[in-house]
Design a protein around this ligand. Structure first.
Ligand SMILES: Cc1cc2nc3c(=O)[nH]c(=O)nc-3n(C[C@H](O)[C@H](O)[C@H](O)COP(=O)(O)O)c2cc1C
Length: 399
């Protein structure tokens, strides 16, 4: 029996394979990104073990978790731990979040000087898409690009202090349908020397609900002429990436929730961009082996106690759509060691095939639209000086 919440999203018509020369590598500073695929930064997920796993399947650019500029500048240990890279990781790519030009500039400098682990980063992405109430109500996250001049100063500070290291910017369509910001955000970024932009094609008001509006990616691509545009939102299968690039003309895709519990999606993407078919789906046995490997990497990285706790959220994503049963899921949600996890999953039938529509079963955030909380009078003006309080920069997750 599959779980009741596992209904897949509708599947569009299959896409024809990529033709030779149809798509190109994306240049971001010195980096050539091929296939034109970026692992979206996801707080609490895209740490070094997860990136290692995804990189093994495919290629492209794998962005570290987001860290806040102020915490980095103030030397909070937690940020440095979050920002750690695997010793052999290349390129070293990380996302910064901040609300004031000074701390963003300083943080960028620290990153390119190699503060995190002695090795300079190769790429800095900036997050202007966070929809969380505790951030937007102070004017941070997705609320910030509304204040165009302030946004410009932040971007400028990062680009200036990053020197030769490319800076990219990720944002949403806007706050809601009445406060659209993405075209301005993209043009300002282009003006200020940003090397690529990525659009999560939802408003903050939509959170992760409904379908991403890919038409907005086309609009951005039409407006931005000198730097690459990455489209983001609802790439669940490799075909979706081809479809997004063909329908919007974007230069590359950014993949978030589609790879949760399905890290092999990056392998599928690598194949289709080379014009080859998607490999066969893994059966339950192969998925379980992947789970053990992922959990093992996390335990090596952060110690078994912390690692296995961190892995608990992944178990539901890996097993989504498989007839594992509620009791098994509940026990995996409380699993306390690698050995216990192995013992628990040993009773599952390894020959069960991958569930029909299993790639399109929503994982990670979903939910329904919510009013965006903003500071009083925020929407009345766009180009005024703003002083965004510290509260907008507490460690946040989401984008
Ligand atoms: C668990 C989770 C954490 C996220 N954290 C961040 C983040 O730290 N920075 C960011 O820019 N976006 C973040 N996002 C948003 C994703 O990067 C991406 O924009 C969004 O999920 C839409 O893409 P998708 O439809 O492919 O998932 C997060 C998303 C999820 C599901």
């Amino acid at each position: 029996m599959t779980d009741l919440v596992d209904a897949p999203l509708p599947a569009p018509e299959p896409e024809p394979p990529a033709r030779r020369g149809e798509f190109n590598a994306v240049r971001i500073g010195q980096m050539e990104v091929w296939p034109p695929v970026v692992l979206a930064p996801m707080a609490g997920v895209t740490n070094a073990p997860f990136r290692t796993l995804c990189r093994r399947y495919g290629a492209g650019l794998y962005v570290n978790q987001m860290i806040t500029a102020r915490a980095l500048v103030e030397g909070h240990r937690k940020s440095l731990v979050l920002a750690a890279f695997a010793p052999d990781e290349s390129p070293r790519s990380i996302q910064l979040y901040g609300t004031d030009p000074y701390s963003i500039g300083e943080a960028a400098r620290l990153l390119v000087d190699g503060l995190v682990d002695g090795i300079p980063v190769d790429h800095i992405d900036m997050n202007f898409g966070c929809p969380m109430k505790k951030v937007t109500r102070h004017g941070g996250g997705a609320a910030l690009p509304w204040k165009r001049e302030h946004y410009r100063k932040i971007v400028r500070a990062a680009v200036k202090n990053a020197g030769d290291v490319p800076v990219t910017v990720k944002f949403r369509i806007g706050i809601d349908d009445d406060a659209i910001t993405f075209i301005d955000a993209g043009k300002i970024a282009e003006d200020e020397g940003v090397q690529a932009v990525a659009l999560h094609a939802r408003t903050a008001n939509q959170l992760y609900s409904g379908q991403a509006d890919w038409r907005r990616i086309t609009e951005l691509k039409d407006a931005i002429t000198s730097i690459p545009v990455f489209g983001n939102g609802d790439i669940w299968e490799a075909d979706d990436a081809l479809r997004m690039m063909r329908t919007t003309g974007c230069d590359g895709v950014t993949v978030g929730r589609g790879c949760l519990g399905r890290p092999w999606l990056f392998g599928d993407l690598a194949e289709v961009f080379e014009g080859r078919p998607v490999p066969p789906r893994p059966d339950l046995g192969q998925v379980l082996d992947g789970m053990v490997e992922h959990a093992g990497l996390l335990c090596e990285w952060m110690g078994e106690d912390h690692g296995i706790r961190d892995f608990r959220k992944h178990t539901g994503w890996y097993l989504k759509g498989f007839p594992a049963g509620g009791a098994m899921r509940a026990r995996l949600n409380r699993v306390g060691s690698l050995a216990e996890m192995r013992e628990l999953i040993a009773v599952l039938d390894r020959d069960i095939p991958f569930p029909e529509g299993g790639m399109r079963m929503v994982r990670g955030h979903s939910g329904s639209p919510k009013d965006v909380h903003l500071p009083a009078g925020w929407l009345d003006t766009r180009d005024d000086e703003v002083a965004i309080p510290k509260g907008a920069e507490q460690l946040v997750s989401g984008g």
